[in-house]
Design a protein around this ligand. Structure first.
Ligand code: URA
Length: 219
């Protein structure tokens, strides 16, 4: 056997070995676990940044509410800002509007542990309704979370979420149910789940929009 043939044979062995190793890693359940673990670690780091963020904390009450759920979620729900219960606990959507949201999520055939829930504004403002400055700053943290989670579908719950993420104002009464495709992400605009608590007829529109979400997910 000439030296060239031996070198070619060894080259092929190396290529086959590398291919087998890469395939084993990609297909192993552990690699997926590793991926989710890394995403969780990255989200924890962002949560720490939010907790230490002086700009976020200015004029706000309570603890940070960075968001919760599956770090590898295909679907992310974006609200407005934490309420009193959220600011006391550090968990998003655990109050009355949270009950509405979590029921709608289940009705859409989703499990809470499969989605990620957060808000562009990570602290409860003293003045309750977030300012444009709060939204513009808060979204810098939100975008970092998106970069880790890489969602396929983002549900924008109300105008603050739409302004934060699409950087554009909408009339939710007119535009709810609208689907926007941007940068390989499907955005669905709908009401904030607190809306039907103040105006009950809105509930049927929210239900309709979540039925649309169910269809989007099935595609
Ligand atoms: N409303 C929001 O937008 N987010 C919460 O976490 C709670 C209420």
């Amino acid at each position: 056997m000439s030296l060239t043939v031996v070198i070619l044979f060894v080259d092929w062995l190396i290529i086959i070995f590398t291919f087998c190793l890469a395939t084993t890693y990609i297909l192993s359940p552990n690699s997926l676990l590793m991926n989710i673990k890394d995403k969780q670690k990255a989200l924890n780091k962002i949560a720490k940044e939010i907790e230490n963020c002086i700009i976020c904390r200015e004029g706000k009450i309570g603890v940070a509410v960075p968001g919760e759920g599956n770090p590898d979620a295909d679907i992310v729900f974006i609200g407005e800002a934490p309420g009193k219960q959220e600011a006391a606990s550090g968990r998003p959507f655990i109050g009355r509007s949270g009950k509405v949201l979590r029921a709608l999520i289940q009705e859409a055939g989703l499990k809470e542990q499969d989605v990620f829930i957060t808000s562009p504004v990570k602290y409860l403002p003293e003045y309750v309704t977030p300012t444009l400055a709060d939204i513009e700053h808060g979204r810098t943290h939100l975008y970092k979370q998106f970069a880790v989670i890489k969602p396929k579908v983002v549900v924008l719950l109300g105008n603050t979420a739409a302004i934060a993420v699409l950087e554009q104002k909408f009339s939710i009464a007119k535009d709810h149910g609208k689907v926007i495709e941007r940068d390989s992400i499907t955005y669905l605009i709908t009401y904030h789940p607190a809306a039907p608590l103040y105006n009950p007829p809105i509930k049927k529109d929210l239900i309709k929009d979540f039925k649309k979400l169910k269809k989007i997910i099935k595609q």
